[in-house]
Design a protein around this ligand. Structure first.
Ligand code: FES
Ligand code: FES
Length: 150
């Protein structure tokens, strides 16, 4: 069956199976920044933006995104590079498996919350797990990014 949605600013049509999840649709169409960490809504590695809000693509049927906007890191590359700079600067880069999902979540956070507190930031990114870090370096990087600190 055909599903139409806007992927990274472009109108696209995808041929999908009835029970197919968005993660599979994206990865099978060369959007490999979206990772399959657990495939059961527990890790955040598959995060993408749906109409600007982070969602878990492993648990959303592709049929449900008909007509909506889906954004992956490929669609906001410049901003993701800026976030990556903060990750690197804070020593938050390790294996990198969680980076795409976390960076997209940070991107959405910056656009959704005005002057977020430390608690707001922690709450917003709580679903993005990282098996390598102790989270503090990532938290510092995201805090500097959302507050436009140098
Ligand atoms: S792969 Fe979707 S939450 Fe882990
Ligand atoms: S850096 Fe390895 S999972 Fe986060």
């Amino acid at each position: 069956m055909k599903v139409k949605f806007i992927l990274n600013g472009r109108n696209r049509v995808f041929d999908v199976k009835p029970g197919e999840f968005l993660l599979e649709t994206l990865r099978s169409n060369h959007i490999t920044s979206v990772k399959n960490g657990c495939n059961e809504s527990s890790c955040g590695a598959c995060s993408v933006l749906l109409d600007g809000k982070p969602i878990l693509s492993c648990s959303l049927l592709t049929l449900r995104v008909e007509g909506h906007r889906v954004t992956t890191v490929e669609g906001v590359q410049e901003e993701i590079e800026l976030i990556s700079h903060y990750f690197g600067d804070e020593g938050a880069d390790q294996c990198g498996f969680c980076n795409s999902g976390l960076a997209l979540t940070a991107y959405a956070l910056k656009r959704e919350l005005v002057n977020p507190t430390d608690e707001d930031i922690k709450k917003y990114v709580v679903g993005n797990l990282c098996r390598c870090s102790g989270y503090q370096a990532q938290f510092e990087a995201i805090k500097r990014y959302v507050r436009n600190e140098k």
